[in-house]
Design a protein around this ligand. Structure first.
Ligand code: GKR
Ligand code: MG
Length: 426
């Protein structure tokens, strides 16, 4: 084991079908991008991970690949130091489209994102070598299954470009259609809490949807996430209607100062994956204690161990923990599940975009949910392996689809050429 060394690191960008899902920035493109990382060792093992697939991210992953050569899979600190010394934050004009609503697109987080991708693959190797699941390397599972929430999106029935037949979900723009989407998702997956991605339609319409969800699901916790597309005044006014409805109020208004002012006007807790995305922002929020729930995400917080450390900080500062997601496949879902299994104070059901994806890159096809949860795998490492045929197929889709950077605003202009994309819109 001592002599096992990393021999090569392979980065494969992939594209998979994604629905016409609406959000504050615009609408999802027909193809979502991810990178698949494979780390090979001298004794013939392969550790894997999944991360963002936008062009600047693929470039920095490729740049970091050779930094791991010759390391033992246990040398995580050396890997981190090498990546920090080499990988620089992106600059304007590097091709990235930086979304306020998707912290994973921020090239300022390049080093943390690369460290995370390499760490997960190295932990997968460590687990394989020791015969232990990754959650055991993180201190052991405190739960045998990880609950996720039904992540509802306003959506159109079909993509403007019509690159393939429409999905089975249909349109969801009215409160009744949102409730129907929730019923289908809850029936198919067994979810026990519900989140609606808001910031799309006028707040009255989204509040009406939350009320309709409450009537249809009297016992399930509800969340609404307008991705900072509501002004402070709008968020304060909406709080009066939402206070008795929501488990938490996620990023209604921009900036820590806005959230801090809003906190004085509502009883429900505020949650974020937008205004606390770095340790500096964590420190600032700790001084006002305005946001009470942090949606963690190992992909941009520097990995699974960094997420566990962040959880400790949350418990010191009396903050709750949930988990954020972006469009992803099963390798990420497994990494999220190991992290959530091993973090005692991650007590809110995690977000996942998984129900919106139809394709897979792992052997055995799609991961199953039972009662809204994913079973924590007991197999060594991550517990999933790449299906090489699917990887080649999804890579070919990447080569063919032409998308290189997620751009929800440009996609929205295909439906509405006058769409301004101004934020906050309401
Ligand atoms: O997939 O459209 C989306 C989401 O809006 C995503 O980009 C956000 O990062 O899910 C995210 C969130 O909770 O803010
Ligand atoms: Mg959010």
């Amino acid at each position: 084991m001592k002599n096992t060394k990393i021999r090569a690191v392979r980065i494969t960008p992939i594209a998979f079908r994604d629905g016409p899902l609406l959000n504050a920035s615009g609408i999802h493109e027909p193809w979502a991008l991810r990178s698949i990382v494979e780390v090979e060792t001298s004794d013939g093992r392969t550790g894997i991970s999944e991360t963002y697939g936008d062009e600047p991210m693929v470039k920095v992953l490729q740049q970091a690949a050779s930094l791991l050569e010759g390391l033992s899979p246990f040398e995580l600190n050396v890997m981190e130091a090498r990546v920090r010394a080499t990988i620089r934050p992106g600059k304007a004009g590097d091709g990235s489209v930086q979304f306020e609503l998707a912290p994973g697109s921020h090239t300022a987080k390049n080093a943390d994102k690369v460290i995370s991708a390499m760490e997960v693959a190295m932990l997968d190797l460590q687990g394989q070598m020791l015969g232990l699941p990754i959650c055991d390397l993180l201190g052991g599972a405190v739960r045998s299954e990880v609950p996720y929430s039904a992540y509802l999106f306003y959506k159109y029935a079909e993509h403007a470009d019509k690159p393939y037949p429409p999905d089975a979900w249909g349109e969801a723009v009215t409160p009744a259609q949102v409730v129907q989407q929730a019923r289908t998702m809850v029936e198919q997956y067994g979810f026990r809490s519900i989140k609606l991605k808001g910031g799309v339609f006028p707040p009255e319409q989204e509040i009406a949807a939350m009320k309709a969800l409450r009537a249809a699901f009297p016992d399930l916790p509800l969340r609404l996430d307008p991705n900072a597309n509501w002004s402070l005044a709008t968020s304060i006014a909406a709080a009066k209607e939402l206070d008795d409805l929501l488990e938490y109020y996620e990023d209604p208004t921009p900036g820590q100062d806005g959230m801090a002012e809003l906190a004085k006007h509502c009883r429900m807790p505020l949650a974020t994956n937008m205004v606390v995305t770095t340790m500096e922002e964590f420190r600032r929020n700790a001084s006002t204690h305005a946001v009470k729930i942090l949606l963690s995400d190992h992909h941009y917080w520097g990995g699974l161990r960094a997420t566990a450390a962040l959880a400790r900080m949350c418990s010191v500062f009396d903050m709750g923990m949930s988990m954020h997601s972006n469009s992803h496949l099963g390798i990420s879902l497994m990494a999220m599940t190991h992290a959530a299994a091993a973090i005692p104070n991650l007590t809110y059901a995690c977000d996942t975009h998984y129900p919106w994806q139809e394709e897979e890159v792992i052997r055995g096809g799609r991961i199953q949910f039972h009662g809204g949860s994913v079973k924590v795998p007991g197999e060594p490492g991550l517990g999933v392996q790449i299906d090489p045929v699917q990887l080649a197929r999804l890579h070919q889709q990447y080569l063919d689809c032409g998308v290189r950077n997620r751009n929800d605003l440009a996609q929205m202009r295909k439906y509405d050429p006058g769409f301004a994309g101004v934020s906050p819109r309401y």
